[in-house]
Design a binder for this molecule. Sequence first.
Ligand SMILES: Cc1ncc(COP(=O)(O)O)c(C=O)c1O
Length: 377
Amino acid sequence: MRPFDVRNAHFDRLCNTPGLMWLGQNTNHFPTHPAVVRAMTECIASEEFHAYAPPMGFEALRRGIVADLGLADASALVTDGAVEALYLACHAFSAPGSTFVTTDPGWKWPMHFAQAAGAAIVEIPIYGREYDFRLSPARLEAAVDERTRIIYLVDPNNPLGICYTEAEIRAFTDIARRAGAYFIHDCTYRHFADSHTLAASFYPERTITIYSFSKWLGLAGLRVGALVAAEEIIERLAAAPPNNLGSNVLSQRAAMAGLAVKDEWMPEINRRQRRNQAAIHAAVAAVPGFAIPVYPSQANFLVIECIGAGIAPEALCEAYREEGIMIRQGTYHTPAFGQRFVKVSTTVPESWADAFCAKLPQMVERARGIEAPGPLF
Ligand SMILES: Cc1ncc(COP(=O)(O)O)c(C=O)c1O
């Protein structure tokens, strides 16, 4: 089997595991809001999906996304998930001889996209108490020069769950402006933060805000997201996007219905996922050598350090997998720091989080006996 087949078979196995508890991909597994279900049911019943959607997304959805961000002067391009928005922006603005600056850890796929388009990747380590698990303006400044075309910031950070302050965002965008770089602000987890500042408020001309419906609304498998930017940028990106025939009609209907109920939906989602964070925090505190470096997380997941207990993250993932629980090994995010931690998602039914907690002591012991866990992705 080729590596791509092995990787795909891995995820196929997960998707076809009945009752799997998905605590590994920051997806949202709370039951869907009835209004969102209704919108999808109506879409299917009317069979409107025989037609292509507008190339940049339904106008109402584009307006809804811009309104949700509060970026009145910006324009939205609806994509098949945030990842496609990132693909598009990274390919458009990377070139041989340019640099793409980001943090380690962060989200790896945009690095691959930029690299494929010829950019050199500059990763700034932020994992560790010495960095306070966050990027500082001084360290960004040191990494940026006239070659820098893209600064990519995941905020709240995946996997760490830190969120940047207004002063930090202002300083980052000042650096981007001086370098003439595009600032890709990946706000996929924004809706879980206590407060969040959009880089586009300070640097509207070259900030690309990345938006997802996968996490806050729970539409990961439906693939719908967006990028939001100044009209000149959208004009350029809309010239040849991969989804030029429009995004999924059903997904867009679900997304619009979700935006309409967001004010009612999100407080409860956040109450429940913070409750899960607290339960996991308490369970982890009882295991010698385990620690949660960032708490509470400003996103819907927690990093759990297991290195202090001499446990390999992959072994712990394998132990949980045998129990029908998926959690994520740190190396998915970062080869440099990944051997220190696993990541556990919190937008899941309380019973899943509690199952994770109840099994933790036993899984730690089991992991000690797992020498060579199978490949994980
Ligand atoms: C930082 C970040 N950006 C983007 C995505 C992809 O989001 P979407 O499902 O909307 O493509 C993820 C998914 O995990 C992510 O962690």
